[in-house]
Design a protein around this ligand. Structure first.
Ligand code: MRU
Length: 354
């Protein structure tokens, strides 16, 4: 498998593969300032929970490099302001706040250092966040692929692939790893209205890897489950709360309920940077509302009467009771989630399938 990453950090700039143009064009955008990065996140040129966190960390690294502040107080004010702006671009995926908080915490812990040395430390940290994500995805793939059986037909929703991460992917990391182990799997790719991350991005990744796949519209999943054509579901996550509820791309909840009704295992694959222990349950997760135009138009063309009003929540929440297991870099975690997530990530104990 060839290694693939949607961003590259080069000469203190972030080279971003423009995901709005995929699969038709492969063009890059060069981000030179954190504001460029913030615009790319907001406009979805780059997307996916882990990737927006990684990009935000590099955005901060750019601001660190640019700052002319000679004293810590001024320097830290500039970095915190940039961090707030980056966090405010998209509210649901907690990886964004996680990455910014990690950079700010490191800065504060090293406030006694001289500014040039502090700058080096922070710039290196952004690359560490990137590298850790890649390593975590490989582990998620390794553990998750054990759950995929020979000849399974796997449904996935949205794009939780290399394009949504530092590379390799979470849900698609599981699928990639199963394919690498020569399990003869077939992937059903939900098109994922309205942004078509499935049709444009997941199908593109499957094509690159030569993994057999079928594109289906979101409303076909129930039918294929009911006739036994889908026997496992794997999706990514934007935020997992302390009790194991999961926010992910709009439509994930429907897929989970359908899987539950049809007795099909439903797996969520995500790194620990997606877990938000500060929230008790999914009802507390902020859900991003995006422009109604994204529903009323496809590729700029109207598909509804001009005066029709539309709604566009970009995410929904799947209650943990529908989730068979959460696949993380620390292993496969099962219910009771509240206890097991805490054990693994806060108390660092080993649980379940490991
Ligand atoms: O709006 P998007 O495209 O950023 O939404 C992405 C998703 O919902 C993914 O499933 C999630 O971020 C996990 S990516 C590894």
């Amino acid at each position: 498998m060839k290694e693939f990453s949607p961003v590259e950090w080069k000469n203190n700039q972030l080279i971003v593969l423009d995901q709005l143009l995929l699969p038709f064009q492969q063009k890059e955008i060069i981000c030179r300032t954190y504001k460029d990065v913030a615009a790319c996140i907001k406009d979805m040129n780059l997307r996916g929970a882990p990737l927006i966190g990684i990009a935000a960390a590099f955005g901060l690294a750019m601001e660190v490099k640019r700052s002319k502040a000679a004293k810590y107080d001024k320097f830290s004010r500039e970095i915190i302001k940039a961090g707030e702006e980056l966090i405010n671009t998209r509210p649901t995926a907690v990886n964004l706040k996680w990455a910014v908080d990690r950079m700010i915490k490191l800065m504060e812990q090293n406030r006694e250092r001289r500014i040039p040395s502090l700058k080096d430390l922070l710039i290196a940290e952004a690359s560490r966040i990137y590298k850790e994500d890649l390593d975590n995805n490989k582990l998620i793939g390794k553990y998750g692929s054990e759950l995929i059986r020979e000849k399974d037909t796997v449904l996935t929703h949205c794009n939780a692939g290399a394009l949504a991460t530092a590379g390799y992917g979470t849900a698609l990391g599981v699928i990639r790893a199963a394919h690498e182990k020569k399990k003869k799997i077939t992937v059903f790719v939900d098109e994922t209205r309205p942004y078509l991350q499935g049709a444009r991005l997941t199908a593109w990744e499957m094509e690159q890897e030569k993994i057999p796949h079928f594109l289906i519209t979101d409303n076909m999943a129930g039918y294929f489950m009911s006739i036994g054509k889908i026997n496992v579901v794997v999706v990514g996550a934007d935020r997992i709360t302390a009790n194991g509820d999961v926010a992910n791309k709009i439509g994930t909840y429907s897929a989970a309920v359908l899987a539950y009704t049809n007795n099909i295992p439903f797996y969520v694959a995500a790194p620990s940077s997606t877990i938000d222990f500060s929230l008790k349950n999914g009802s507390q997760i902020p859900i991003e509302m995006r422009s109604e135009d994204e529903v009323k138009k496809i590729f700029g063309r109207d598909i509804a009467p001009k005066k029709t009003k539309a709604l566009h929540p970009a995410f929904d929440v799947t209650p943990s009771k529908y989730i068979t297991a959460i696949i993380t870099e620390k292993g496969v975690i099962r219910a009771p989630y509240e206890q097991n997530l805490e054990k693994v990530f806060l108390n660092k104990e080993v649980v379940a399938d490991l």
